[in-house]
Design a protein around this ligand. Structure first.
Ligand code: ADP
Ligand code: MG
Ligand code: MG
Length: 211
């Protein structure tokens, strides 16, 4: 299985920024229903800045690139999603270390570290109707696919599928974290914006990290 390079990580960030731009209005509409109508703008600002920060002067390693993305997201996104996605990329970068390339199993472990960072920071559990409901099943599916001897491309596709299923499963849930939780029962019946952007992150990974 191929190694994941700094250029692969750059392609991931580029694809994520492109998907967020394409879905910006849809993300904002979802947040208008159960939040404050800024998730599309927040994510667009953050991913645009993150891509600009790593595109001109590409960092020396996948880990360094992920850390730069994380610090940029934290500093440019004011909403809850900025520190959470920022933490995801910072933990991912720390786990990848400074190796020039990363093996699929190392990337899977780094994704796991990223999700654990989000959980530690936001204290959301499965079923709280947050981005964790897309991120956590995605990482589990990736790990299971690799453990079952499937290819890295298949593992990434399984992760993206699991993220999309997790996103869809947030619709009937009552929010227990973030602004949507202020609505209580009235948050049910709406897809979570952060789980929706998280599914875009995994779709972008499946598109780019398989080599
Ligand atoms: P804000 O709510 O500050 O306006 P955004 O609209 O950009 O920020 O992001 C909202 C999304 O952030 C939610 O849809 C949810 O998925 C995610 N989120 C909010 N709080 C948490 C949390 N404590 N843990 C995990 N995800 C969270
Ligand atoms: Mg919002
Ligand atoms: Mg806001």
């Amino acid at each position: 299985m191929g190694q994941v390079s700094t250029d692969d990580l750059l392609a991931w960030v580029r694809a994520f920024a492109r998907l967020v731009a394409e879905h910006r209005d849809a993300l904002t509409e979802l947040d208008a229903a159960i939040g404050d109508a800024d998730h599309g703008a927040n994510m667009h600002r953050g991913t645009t800045a993150a891509l600009a920060a790593v595109d001109g002067a590409v960092p020396a390693s996948p880990g360094a690139l992920a850390k730069k993305v994380g610090t940029t997201l934290v500093s440019t996104v004011g909403g809850a999603s900025g520190p959470l996605y920022g933490t995801f990329f910072l933990r991912l970068g720390t786990a990848l270390g400074d190796a020039a390339t990363a093996a699929p199993a190392d990337v899977a472990a780094a994704l796991r570290a990223g999700v654990e960072g989000v959980v530690t920071r936001g204290r959301a559990e499965a079923g709280d109707k947050t981005m964790v409901d897309a991120l956590a099943p995605a990482v589990a599916a990736c790990e299971e696919a690799l453990a079952a001897g499937r290819t890295w491309e298949e593992a990434l596709a399984a992760a993206a599928d699991a993220a999309a299923a997790g996103r869809d499963a947030t619709t009937p849930l009552v929010a227990r974290k973030g602004r949507a939780s202020y609505l209580g029962e009235r948050s049910a019946g709406h897809q979570d914006p952060g789980a929706t952007s998280a599914a875009l992150l995994l779709a972008a990974a499946a598109e780019t990290l398989g080599g």
